[in-house]
Design a protein around this ligand. Structure first.
Ligand code: FEO
Length: 172
């Protein structure tokens, strides 16, 4: 059984994952109307789907453990960006924020000796390591490219190979 404090922290994480999905969906929609970056667009759409999976996994865990997952209201995400570089900078900033909130949930689980939740959250801890690393690599590449249009063309080609998340939805 989850304590009230643990349940509240997990529900806050549900909100953050849902908000992340919205943030990347907004990036996807903005990217879709920019010319020539079809693969970057699908990357954002995939990332948004991935965040929804993170949210669902939490909802199921909370309900399975005798709690109640509250479906939250969300904020309007940033709808447009001055450039692709800016969008990816925001993505990295957002992932860093998600990592911090995951650490808070893990801290509470440890303090409460809730080892089931602690164990469950380890999946998110490793997921964040991957997602932050991926976001940093992309920012580094975009930094190198600068304003070079052919560089951006290659970046868009490259991103096709990138897998967001550590495994298929069935494993989650
Ligand atoms: Fe679910 Fe990218 O954090």
């Amino acid at each position: 059984m989850l304590s009230k404090k643990m349940q509240d922290a997990l529900n806050e994480q549900v909100r953050i994952e849902a908000q992340s999905s919205q943030v990347y969906l907004a990036m996807a929609s903005w990217a879709e109307i920019q010319p020539g970056i079809d693969n970057i667009t699908s990357f954002f759409y995939r990332h948004s789907d991935e965040e929804r999976m993170h949210m669902l996994k939490l909802i199921k865990f909370i309900n399975e453990r005798g709690g109640f997952a509250m479906i939250p209201a969300l904020e309007q995400p940033q709808p447009t960006f001055p450039s692709i570089k800016h969008a990816f900078k925001e993505l990295l900033k957002h992932e860093e924020y998600v990592s911090q909130s995951i650490n808070t949930v893990v801290d509470i689980a440890l303090n409460e000796k809730d080892y089931a939740t602690y164990n469950f959250m380890q999946w998110y801890v490793s997921e964040q390591i991957e997602e932050e690393a991926l976001a940093r690599t992309m920012n580094d590449k975009l930094e190198l490219i600068g304003d070079d249009k052919s560089g951006l063309y290659l970046f868009d080609k490259d991103i096709l190979m990138v897998t967001v998340g550590g495994g298929s939805a069935a494993e989650k």
